[in-house]
Design a binder for this molecule. Structure first.
Ligand code: ADP
Ligand code: MG
Length: 422
């Protein structure tokens, strides 16, 4: 299956290519990939909300041409109507089924009860916590008694504890056969979540999105995150995702490290984290060479949160990432040992040398008599290479990096880059 979008300039943005997958009865299948790898797009295709440009989707042997009644979806953003009560939001799921009013109410109450929302029928979404809101999202999906549930990062907008409670509640209901479901597809960018919940994980690569690998998870439920087998699986998937990234991003030019050209999508990371991770790697007990999952645990971060930080440090040549290891470079150690001013100087130097976009922005500002340039000057340019969302993210990332390095300034109100402070 292939999916592309038409960019505003008329070019094609290829998002998914050669994707082939199936969901069998009784399975939870995970789609694991980085942001932008096309996971949501794939889910929308399966749900019949969008059509592929080549290939097809079949549900129970029939081609999918619109949303099939047996497939329901849960969204990261909950997607509740604020002016409707919990009961009304859940009943909305049944609107298309044209059931008698009594039956609608009975089924909605059943779903509300099942998912642990009993007593909240007449509450409005704003009165609920994030976790309770997502329970409404689940109830609204389950109330139609779907065969297949599609979940698009349903736990990622929740705090850690709430997310874990909801995951285990869902898994309990699933294992006890209480859910009216035959199969589940879970989209996630969180490796641990995928290993915790799925029978099979499909790892997606980016640009264009494609399936890199399929991993069967044969651990019995309930799964324990600290179980050595669990850790091994997380680690091996992690290694696979990082090695794919360091070779994948750099493209065929194996002599070049990732992340230098103007077309490179930059991740958003905080400069505190960049310095923090470097210091952690440089210091004891790692002394310059660390296992990323281990260091993630010691910083109390999810591995996935460290990905973009490690990627940015690698782009700046402050570290090398290979397999699951992260190693500090000579320059990285210099940075880590330096005081604030020297750090800024080193950072600026590496930024301008290794990240083409920063040098480009700086050059444009230097050349203009006003030393100012609007956001749109660069976003238009980036959109020749990437989607508007990716261009926005990339520019926001470079604003953060440029500010930290003091190589240019950005005025949020005027939406303009300038050389005001440096
Ligand atoms: P993920 O869910 O893995 O983060 P998405 O499926 O949301 O990824 O997006 C994959 C790529 O497709 C991104 O580059 C995104 O900007 C682009 N994209 C998604 N939907 C559209 C659309 N409707 N029009 C144009 N580009 C899109
Ligand atoms: Mg998505």
């Amino acid at each position: 299956m292939r999916k592309s979008f038409r960019k505003p300039d008329g070019d094609e943005l290829l998002v998914l290519d050669g994707v082939d997958l199936s969901l069998r009865e009784g399975e939870i299948v995970g789609l694991l990939g980085r942001s932008g790898s096309g996971k949501s797009t794939l889910l929308r295709l399966i749900a019949g909300l969008s059509v592929p440009v080549a290939g097809s989707i079949r549900y129970l042997g029939q081609p999918v041409t619109g949303p099939p009644p047996g497939i329901a979806m849960v969204f990261q953003s909950f997607a509740l109507f604020p002016w409707l009560t919990v009961l009304q939001n859940v009943q909305l799921g049944l609107e298309a089924l044209a059931l008698p009013p009594g039956e609608i109410r009975r089924r909605a109450l059943g779903a509300i009860d099942l998912i642990g929302l009993d007593g909240f029928e007449s509450a409005y979404p704003r009165e609920l916590s994030g976790g309770m809101r997502q329970r409404v999202g689940f109830a609204r999906a389950l109330v139609v008694h779907p065969n297949i549930l599609l979940m698009d990062e349903p736990f990622s907008a929740l705090d850690v504890l709430t997310a874990e409670t909801l995951r285990t509640d869902f898994l309990d209901l699933w294992s006890e056969g209480q859910l009216p479901l035959k199969g589940v597809i879970l989209v996630s960018h969180n490796i641990e979540e995928a290993v915790l919940m799925c029978d099979r994980i499909l790892v997606l690569g980016s640009n264009p999105g494609r399936i890199l690998n399929e991993i069967k998870i044969e651990l019995p439920h309930p799964r324990a995150r600290l179980d050595p087998h669990f850790r091994d699986l997380v680690e091996s998937i992690y290694v696979e995702m990082t090695s794919q990234r360091s070779t994948g991003l750099a493209g065929k030019r194996s002599d070049r490290l990732p992340g230098s050209g103007l077309g490179t999508i930059l991740p958003l990371v905080s400069s505190n984290l960049l310095a923090g991770l470097l210091e952690a790697i440089a210091g004891s007990p790692y002394n310059g060479n660390a296992d990323l999952p281990v260091i993630a645990a010691s910083l109390q971060m999810e591995i996935d949160e460290l990905f973009p930080v490690a990627e940015t440090l690698q782009m700046l040549r402050f570290v090398d990432v290979a397999g699951g290891d992260i190693r500090i470079t000579t320059e990285g150690r210099q940075f880590s040992d330096a005081a604030t001013d020297e750090r800024k100087r080193l950072f600026a130097q590496h930024l301008l040398t290794h990240v083409a976009l920063s040098a480009h922005i700086r050059r444009v500002l230097d050349e203009r008599p006003s030393h100012r340039a609007p956001w749109s000057r660069f976003s238009d340019e980036l959109e020749d290479h990437m989607s508007p969302d990716a261009a926005e993210q990339t520019l926001r990332a470079i604003v953060d990096l440029g500010r930290y390095a003091e190589v240019f300034a950005y005025d949020d109100q005027a939406h303009a880059f300038s050389l005001d402070n440096p």
